[in-house]
Design a protein. Structure first.
Lengths: 117, 113
């Protein structure tokens, strides 16, 4: 079974600084997707960024980028120029590639990010 | 952007009562999911549904749980006899095709007293 591990329960960053959230996963599949979701206090699940495992290039979305290391099964999220609105719980998630039926997401335990002035 | 709609946003019930959580997935989506999140914990998969049948379920999804798509638009999760430990946020999600973006609803907070 696939597992996703987030070893940092809490992180803190100053406004305008950069922070990196860690995620490792375990799978025997060669093709899959990895995601970072943001969950603010409203508890809405917001997709931040997505990475396809077959792509060597790291995904970026504005101030958010990932460092995807397939061999190491590592998928970290870098937030640049942190803003107060980035404060939230961040979940790393894994999903197998579509094989005829869309598979489920497996989530990590989350990292709570605080942004300070 | 299209939305997955969940109602109600909060539901309070007594232990042993039946509850039905409702979701309206995005209209052209084909795959539907329920996830739950106990406060302070990770989001856990409950069940996936495709072509009017369950395609996968977790060990959490026991005989007390059922899902239905009664009219081609709503997707419901029923808990027959609620327990205290069923208290959680329940998220519905849908996707049009396997490799596309998964859309989450805003959740139903279920409190079992």
């Amino acid at each position: 079974a696939q597992t996703v591990t987030q070893s940092q329960p809490e992180m803190s960053v100053q406004e305008a600084e950069t922070v990196t959230l860690s995620c490792t996963y375990d799978t025997s599949e060669s093709d899959y997707y990895l995601f970072w979701y943001k969950q603010p206090p409203s508890r809405q699940m917001i997709l931040v960024i997505r990475q396809e495992a077959y792509k060597q290039q790291n995904a970026t979305e504005n101030r958010f980028s990932v460092n995807f290391q397939k061999a190491a099964k590592s998928f970290s999220l870098k937030i640049s120029d942190s803003q107060l609105g980035d404060a939230a719980m961040y979940f790393c998630a894994y999903r197998r590639t579509y094989t005829g039926t869309a598979s489920k997401l497996t989530f990590g335990t989350g990292t709570r990010l605080q942004v300070t002035l | 952007e299209p939305e997955v709609t969940q109602t109600p946003s909060h539901q309070v019930t007594q232990m042993g009562q039946e509850v039905i959580l409702r979701c309206v997935p995005i209209s052209n989506h084909l795959y539907f999911y329920w996830y739950r999140q106990i406060l302070g914990q990770k989001v856990e998969f409950l069940v996936s549904f495709y072509n009017n049948e369950i395609s996968e379920k977790s060990e959490i999804f026991d005989d007390q749980f059922s899902v239905e798509r009664p009219d081609g638009s709503n997707f419901t999760l029923k808990i027959r006899s609620t327990k205290l430990e069923d208290s959680a946020m329940y998220f519905c999600a849908s996707i049009r095709a396997g490799n596309e973006k998964l859309f989450f609803g805003s959740g139903t907070q279920l409190s079992v007293l």
